[in-house]
Each structure stands twice: as structure tokens, then as C-alpha cells.
Design a protein around this ligand. Sequence first.
Ligand code: ZN
Length: 174
Amino acid sequence: MTLRKILIEPDPVLRQISKPVIQVGDKERKIMDDMLETMYKANGIGLAAIQIGIPKRIIVIDISKKEEKKNPIYFVNPVIKNKKKELLTYEEGCLSVPNQFAEIDRPIECEVEYLDYNNKKKNSKFSGLLATCIQHEMDHLEGILFIDYLSKLKKTMIIKKLSKQKDKVDRIVV
Ligand code: ZN
């Protein structure tokens, strides 16, 4: 497994629309392994391939707590088949939008069709935190970030802040 670099907004690559995977093979599994390692290292609970610069419809998620056994879920070509009208609010953050958080409403439950780690077709219902996380990650596949749901003013402020951070040189103490 290899640790990959996570792209940070306003990197234009994050705005690309990811392409479907034809078949889940060793190459895709290697990407998923790298994504998972990168996500764990960054203390995230979800990551889309585009966040490490790969425009493929691949997502990894693990909402298990630190003290619990790891429980990764892999989604390739996920499609939402159904979602509840009822909404759930979470304060969301994103590994590509560091240190920024905002309350976002999303359907409380969704049914997703996808291919798993072994190229097996699956259809499952997800609710609560997992449903929110899947929908956040699926937005990444369309080039959408959670800050896109905020007011223009708030979004501009966040992007400005992130751009400034990017220009900063590394601080060292010797
Ligand atoms: Zn994200």
C-alpha cells in the first residue's frame, strides 16, 4: 500500500467528473488499498479516488471508531436507487477542504447499487452517518464539494482561506 497525496480545494482536478470503472481488477484493488491507507492516515471516514487525483468512480468508507475493528466498505460505480425524503443534518468536513466545517442536510437513508472489492454487484440500504458519508463521497464523483451547498459568500471565504494556506511555505524549527 502506498500513501497518496490528498488534493486540496481549489485544485481544479477536484472538479472533474469521474469515469466509470469497467471491471474491478487488481489495478482498481491497488487504488482502493492506497485510498484506504491514505484515508486512515488522515483520520478521515471516507475518500473518493478523485481526491488522490484519480478520476474513477471509486469510494472507500470506514466509519468504525478508533478502538473498534476496522470495517472498510468499497464502492465502485455507485448509483443511488432510492432515497428517503426525510433529511438528517451533520456538521461535515472534508479531507480536501481542511479545517472547514458546515452543517449539511442530506437524505437520512439511501439505497445504493455498486460493485464491491471483488467486482460483485451489490445493492444495499444505508442510513444515518453511513448514508451521509456515501452521499458526500458520491458528490466528489461529480466534482461537487460540500461547500457548494453553502452561500456564495461563505464559500468564497473558505476558498480564499484555503488558497492562502497553499501559498504558505513549510515552517521548520532547527
Ligand atoms: Zn470530501
